[in-house]
Design a binder for this molecule. Structure first.
Ligand SMILES: [Zn+2]
Length: 156
């Protein structure tokens, strides 16, 4: 009989890494997406977890009362579970990050429980947006490297 104890023993250890590329992406989202413009990315810890495969592709945590506060001044933490999303395109990662950032409240430390369906409607995403090879909109406010995009950047 598999006891609860055994299950715990067999569980893989989580393996966390700092994710500066997620921080950079978050900065762009704060600039160009109204719904997350209240976020100070310096108050958020961005991590990748490489080993475990929880149900969620990513998760947002409030650290206000978490023992993690011993190690960091960050108020929130966003974790990408890389084993679940190793096939994601950059555009899909941006949407996932945007989703997690929307859990961060404008005031206080209690995570916002947003309406996922509304969110997908706003971005006009199909229910399969997170499937392999699916094209999704670029929400980072970047040009496509064409002349028009560069011009926009130069204009500030
Ligand atoms: Zn969510």
């Amino acid at each position: 009989m598999a006891t609860k104890e055994q299950i715990t023993i067999n569980r893989r250890m989580a393996d966390y890494f700092d994710a500066p590329e997620l921080r950079e992406m978050a900065k762009k989202l704060v600039k160009c997406q109204e719904l997350v413009s209240h976020i100070d990315v310096n108050e958020v810890l961005f991590l990748k977890e490489m080993e475990t495969t929880p149900k969620a592709a990513a998760k947002c945590f409030s650290l206000a009362t978490h023992p993690m506060r011993y190690f960091t001044n960050a108020r929130f933490c966003i974790v990408f579970y890389e084993s679940n999303i190793d096939y994601f395109s950059k555009d899909q990662r941006a949407i996932l990050l945007f989703h997690e950032m929307m859990h961060i409240p404008a005031v206080g430390d209690k995570l916002v429980d947003h309406d996922v369906k509304d969110f997908y409607d706003v971005l006009k995403l199909g229910i399969d947006w997170n499937s392999r090879g699916v094209k999704v909109p670029n929400i980072l406010g970047e040009g496509n490297g064409d002349k028009k995009g560069k011009k926009k950047e130069a204009a500030g």
